[in-house]
Design a protein around this ligand. Sequence first.
Ligand SMILES: C[S@@+](CC[C@H](N)C(=O)[O-])C[C@H]1O[C@@H](n2cnc3c(N)ncnc32)[C@H](O)[C@@H]1O
Length: 288
Amino acid sequence: MTTTLPATVAEAMAAARMLGVDRLDAQRLLAHHLGRPRSWLLAHDTDALPAEAAAPVLADLQSRAGGVPLAYLTGTREFHGLDLHVTPDVLDPRPDTEILVDWALELLAGELAVVEKPQVVDLGTGSGAIALAVKQGRPRASVRALDASTAALAVARANGERLGLDVGWLASDWWSGLPPPRVHLALSNPPYIAAGDPHLPALRHEPIAALTPGGDGLAALTTVIDGAAGHLLPGGWLLLEHGFDQADAVRRRLSVAGFECIGTRRDLAGHERCSGGRQPPATAAPVR
Ligand SMILES: C[S@@+](CC[C@H](N)C(=O)[O-])C[C@H]1O[C@@H](n2cnc3c(N)ncnc32)[C@H](O)[C@@H]1O
């Protein structure tokens, strides 16, 4: 492990290479420490690093090499066009989750467009990523978001205040603490990694309760699906993110729970990543 303090931008990039840190990540870290855009680095390769920046830059490069998410080191993550603050109390939001948001925005602009003030809930909100992106994209929606972690909720609430997005934050064990009204649309990216999954050790810097419910990874998805009927309006939708190999199991559970119009969306890698369905409407009339 390199311990020599970098004196220039080029030396910091060389240290990153020796540590095995991705070039883009290293540039983002440097840009963060220097308070400059990444493009500035390219033209200032030989510039001296401010003396006070050298040690923190090296420490962060070492942390990144040890698997700490870049977002925890810079404190920010861009998600669906929003700059979110993230801390080790919350999952580092993933690009795959934008697929769930896109699906929700489509429903709110399509089938649910007739609803003047659609009720939306995000279960297991973490940094608030899904709830805030939906509120940003469809301001007419009344959005609530819950999490069992009060530390995560504090991060989410602060993101909402900073971004000026009005979301109702709630401490709750899945559906148990969610008061009426029933919702038109429920969204969740619950912990779904199986306990023995070989990827889990590499994610050790993120909160374990955000990653895995233990066992085969399906417990939280099942709880959210099985509790949905008591909180969705007739004709209301539930959309879930899940593991690349869990789509069959999730579709089966949605079907057993009485959902209709069950479908799945794939991520950019082509994996089945989000599944959802609709509660049967009470009448033929659209939900209002
Ligand atoms: C995979 S993370 C998703 C975070 C965020 N929605 C996102 O997409 O970036 C799962 C979230 O579920 C929360 N969670 C875990 N168990 C929960 C429970 N019993 N009730 C409510 N939320 C829970 C975790 O604290 C975590 O924030």
